[in-house]
Design a protein around this ligand. Structure first.
Ligand code: KG4
Ligand code: ZN
Length: 366
């Protein structure tokens, strides 16, 4: 007998919600150089979590090679999905949803991950969710158990990674308003470029942070572009150029470690002050913010975290920074974003296409 829907809101009907209560969500992240798979229960409990770095595949080339990344995702995914299912004690047919990062990112890797997920969804009858990578970073802070209480809407997101540097008002699931972004380099890119100038190994950010611990942050008075300007846009190219000029006289000989450490510490201090200044402006533009959430690989930096905690406190709010493994690229955040969508009654669509560029504010929801 055909049952007619007796509700009209975007919320799932109560009986649907209870049927979904244990319905697991598997997610794949393959937008850059990490192959990640995770499985979450409907309530956000992490049932399986695996990340495989392709770092060694790209190291000889000094950066991520898109074709190598796509092939490595393809080689790793079948075994990683099998292992994640085994970790969770599930069979593929137990899955209610299968999500994959569908942008922004390197198109080859996105197509591999989303194609794999769509194939699984078709074979098992699970729903497919094409998830925006930035939305996944944005919603991670709401993963149950991560903060004392998950932040309610609105909150302010500072997304600082290798490809992104932006401040976004998170006003609801699918409701994102960009308040500011970088005019040139992403902050992680600036860390990586400066690390390279200092002769540090990849990935540059953590290596630079480790070296900075040995240095004096007051040794060099580096510029703080945009600091004090109205609004909350960022710029890092002037800072990067200033660092390059400090290093230039040492080009022909190796840079002495003590000098490199002073430069690293001064650079890190300048970056953390810029981020703090721009974030303070954004908090002033979002007076009802329940929290400041820091996400993306650069949010792993301890000095930046400490300074942002002070910025949040000064604005009368708190900083929520997910643990490091959930700050950098992972699939838990992708599964959680799909669950948030499902909880909001926004079901996935197998027709979602991969987009190398996919700004957060284009995630219009009904
Ligand atoms: O979010 P993520 O893992 O990947 C994307 O870019 O999407 O971020 C990677 C970036 C790299 O630029 C890396 O150097 C930077 O985050 N990073 C750090 C630290 N750990 C990672 N930057 C500064 N300090 C760190 N501890
Ligand atoms: Zn990322």
């Amino acid at each position: 007998m055909e049952r007619k829907a007796t509700y009209s809101s975007l919320e799932p009907a109560p009986e649907t919600r209870s049927a979904l209560s244990h319905a697991p969500m598997l997610a794949i992240e393959s937008s850059c150089d990490e192959t990640a798979v995770a499985i979450l229960a409907d309530d956000g409990r992490i049932l399986a979590e695996r990340v495989l770095s392709q770092f060694a595949d790209h190291a000889p080339f000094g950066g991520v090679v898109p074709e190598i990344a796509a092939r490595a995702h393809l080689a790793a995914l079948p075994a990683m999905v099998r292992m994640a299912l085994a970790d969770a004690g599930l069979a593929a047919h137990d899955l209610a949803g299968i999500a994959a990062t569908s942008g922004p990112g390197l198109i080859g890797g996105l197509i591999v991950g989303a194609g794999f997920a769509k194939g699984m969804a078709l074979a098992t009858g699970a729903d497919f969710y094409g998830i925006n990578h930035l939305e996944a970073h944005a919603l991670t802070a709401r993963l149950p158990g991560l903060a004392v209480a998950p932040p309610g809407f609105p909150y302010l997101l500072l997304l600082v990674s290798g490809g992104h540097c932006q401040l976004v008002a998170i006003e609801g699931v699918g409701r994102y308003r960009r308040l500011g972004s970088t005019l040139d380099d992403a902050v992680g890119e600036a860390f990586d470029k400066v690390a390279k100038l200092l002769g540090l190994p990849l990935p540059g950010g953590p290596a630079l942070e480790a070296l900075a611990r040995e240095g004096n942050a007051r040794a060099h008075d580096l510029p703080r572009p945009m600091r004090g300007r109205p609004g909350c846009d960022f710029s890092f190219s002037g800072l990067k150029t200033a660092v390059a000029q400090l290093i230039a006289p040492h080009q022909n000989g190796a840079l002495p470690r003590a000098i490199a450490a002073d430069i690293a510490a001064s650079f890190q201090r300048a970056v953390s002050e810029i981020l703090s200044d721009r974030t303070a402006h954004a908090l002033a533009m979002l007076p009802g913010a329940t929290a400041l959430v820091a996400a993306g690989g650069v949010a792993a930096n301890q000095e930046i975290r400490a300074r942002l905690a002070g910025t949040a406190e000064a604005a009368g709010t708190i900083l929520i920074a997910p643990p490091l493994r959930l700050c950098t690229d992972n699939a838990v955040m992708v599964a959680w974003a799909a669950l948030e969508r499902r909880h909001a009654g926004q079901m996935g669509d197998i027709a979602t296409i991969c987009r190398p560029r996919w700004p957060l504010q284009e995630l219009a929801t009904p």
